[in-house]
Design a binder for this molecule. Structure first.
Ligand SMILES: Nc1nc2c(ncn2[C@@H]2O[C@H](COP(=O)(O)OP(=O)(O)OP(=O)(O)O)[C@@H](O)[C@H]2O)c(=O)[nH]1
Length: 274
């Protein structure tokens, strides 16, 4: 998806596809880097300027953009970081990008199955995590932290984190009607293409979405997957034979300006025809 224009489909597109975005974060210095990013510009400060700047130059801060767009985050040097340091940075990454899977690594060691052939952009059920999902790959005992019986602290409080104003919004999505699906599509389009809420028709740009993902069903039985990067997005139907459908729909948006108004605007679109 995303760059399947004519030229692409006759050229590179025959042989390659985007499998997923992997980002490595330093467990020791990553937090400091993120905090320095924040203090340079101020969280949410002059958002309008930032939106224009971001559209002109692909330029949220480097680290913020990388984490926001990642499908997989490798949190490296976890042997050097204290458990508190590791938990804090994991929470920050998970707060900014709740859809990313975080792997703890040492010397970048990772089983390639976690970063290759992950099919993060395929039109199939995507793994949206309700709470932060972390896998520990620093020893042979690879496991998911949201399962019971491991040594990690599962009760680390979730905070609202921003990296230079980039934050995330994750909402549950009820079964939609055909009409509410059309309205959701329009809502997403307005956000991604016009950087505003539909109700702010004459408003200045107030939001800037870097990444969106979702999976949801409609009342005629079809299930849809949403995949978006910056202002390109696709809502495609899911093959019913696919396994692993979630019990409830979910939508995740990552970007700037995702405040309470955006959440309630989306909530209204999702529920008004139910
Ligand atoms: N203990 C430990 N050392 C590591 C780990 N990963 C890298 N190093 C060492 O840290 C030193 C610096 O390596 P990196 O931080 O990977 O270097 P870099 O990515 O080029 O540095 P930046 O681009 O500035 O982040 C090297 O001596 C590495 O061998 C790790 O997981 N644990």
């Amino acid at each position: 998806m995303f760059w399947q224009n004519e030229e692409y489909s006759m050229g590179l597109g025959r042989d390659i596809h985007l499998d997923g975005v992997v980002c490595m974060v330093d467990a020791v210095f990553g937090l400091q880097q993120m905090e320095e990013d924040n203090s340079t510009d101020g969280i949410g400060e002059s958002l309008r300027y930032d939106v224009a700047e971001t559209l002109a130059v692909p330029g949220f801060t480097f680290i913020g953009r990388q984490i926001a767009c990642a499908d997989v985050v490798l949190l490296n040097k976890t042997d050097l970081a204290s458990p508190d340091q590791t938990a804090t940075i994991e929470n920050m990454i998970g707060g900014v990008n709740p859809a990313a899977i975080i792997h703890r690594t040492v010397q970048g060691n990772i089983d390639l199955k976690h970063i290759m052939n992950i099919n993060a952009y395929a039109s199939r059920p995507i793994k949206l995590v309700a709470s932060r999902e972390v896998t520990n790959t620093t020893d042979n005992d690879t496991h998911e932290c949201d399962s019971t019986g491991c040594e990690h602290d599962h009760n680390v409080p979730q905070h609202h984190y921003e990296i230079r104003g980039i934050s995330s919004m994750q909402v549950s999505c009820p079964t939609l009607t055909t009409k509410s699906l059309q309205e959701l599509d329009e809502w997403i389009r307005t956000l991604l293409w016009e950087n505003r809420l539909p109700e702010d028709a004459d408003g200045a740009p107030s939001v800037n979405i870097l990444r969106c993902k979702g999976i949801f069903s409609i009342d005629t039985g079809e299930t849809y997957v949403l995949q978006g990067v910056r202002n390109l997005y696709e809502i495609s139907t899911l093959d019913k034979s696919e396994m692993g459908l979630p019990d409830e729909g979910k939508l995740v948006f990552i970007g700037k300006g995702l405040d309470g108004r955006v959440r309630s605007s989306l909530g209204h679109v999702l529920t008004k025809h139910n």
